[in-house]
Design a protein around this ligand. Structure first.
Ligand code: SF4
Length: 297
């Protein structure tokens, strides 16, 4: 029942606890800052539009693997736009699959949703009006691409903010028949877009609604433990479990915000960090959710 992936994580956990290892397990590799959208809440398209080269990506992936990482998420900008000469994201995915247990891609969903990556995560910011308010008039295109995709593990990731929080139950019900799972996070108040940050009383209400939907059988992928912990950010964060790669090839260990924005744990809404930290602390539901999402063997 528990194969090599679980054994690796067990070894990593014991090494960290008993020997003080501080090795990341999960990394996000930003292949480019370039994007075909200019979303209101995103700080990355405003950067220099640089993109990693294939040799830089290969070197970074080898280094991540050596550092301990076994779960890799390719991000952007819009990762499907990445090019290096004749090379496309297909080449990075192929190399990544030789190194990591699981390779995922986060995408805005405007381009065809086909890939050999193990997971495709499509960002959704609300029903049509709110999604289009943040991202431009693309909602119908994204939903059509989701429906046309043959990918076996296509998930939606909803970033909950001050504008969309009241429609989250309706959005979950709308997406449920179209995707294999739905993950959430709360909008982080990046400089200049703090108005999208959802205050905690409203956050708690929407978390209760998500927990109820999950119990009813809707495909909310996050664990109840993580959803509960996000109500007051009560999980013990282990940010060293995470690593990030910038489009210039620089590798950073630690919180996703490190070297990108002011870190305020009080305002954190990164459910993935909560989930990874809870799993490290032997929360069985978080471990189960990690196993299901990443397909541990
Ligand atoms: S901001 Fe969130 S993810 Fe980053 S260190 Fe704080 S609690 Fe962890």
């Amino acid at each position: 029942m528990f194969g090599g992936d679980y054994l690796y994580f067990l070894k990593h956990n014991l090494g960290s606890r008993l020997l003080g290892w501080r090795q990341p397990l999960l990394a996000g590799l930003k292949v480019t800052h370039h994007c075909n959208l200019h979303c209101r809440g995103c700080p990355f398209w405003k950067k220099d539009g640089s993109a990693i080269t294939l040799p830089q990506a290969q070197g970074a992936m080898r280094q991540l693997h050596e550092d301990g990482v076994r779960l890799l998420i390719l991000e952007g900008g819009e990762p499907f736009l990445w090019r290096d000469g004749e090379h496309t994201l297909v080449d990075i995915v192929a190399e990544a699959k030789n190194l990591f247990f699981c390779v995922g891609i986060t995408t805005n969903g405007t381009l065809p949703l086909e890939s050999q990556a193990d997971i495709l995560w499509v960002s959704i910011d609300g029903l049509r009006e709110n999604h289009n308010y943040n991202r431009g008039p693309i909602f119908d295109k994204v939903i059509a691409n989701i429906e046309a995709s043959s990918h076996p593990k296509l998930l939606a990731n909803i970033t909950i903010n001050r504008r969309n929080w009241q429609e989250i139950p309706e959005l979950v019900k709308f997406l449920a028949p179209k995707v294999k799972g739905i993950t959430i996070q709360f909008y982080y108040p990046y400089e200049g877009t703090e108005d999208l940050f959802l205050p905690f009383p409203e956050r708690r209400k929407v978390l209760d609604q998500l927990i109820a939907l999950k119990k009813e059988g809707y495909p909310v992928s996050d664990s109840v433990t993580a959803l509960e912990a996000l109500k007051d950010n009560s999980w013990l964060c282990h940010p060293w479990l995470i690593a990030s790669v910038e489009p210039d090839g620089t590798i950073t260990h630690g919180c996703y915000l490190r070297n990108r924005a002011q870190i305020s744990c009080a305002n954190c809404g990164f459910a993935a960090h909560a989930e990874v930290s809870l799993a490290y602390d032997w929360d069985w539901e978080a471990i189960k959710v990690g196993g299901e999402i990443f397909g541990f063997r």
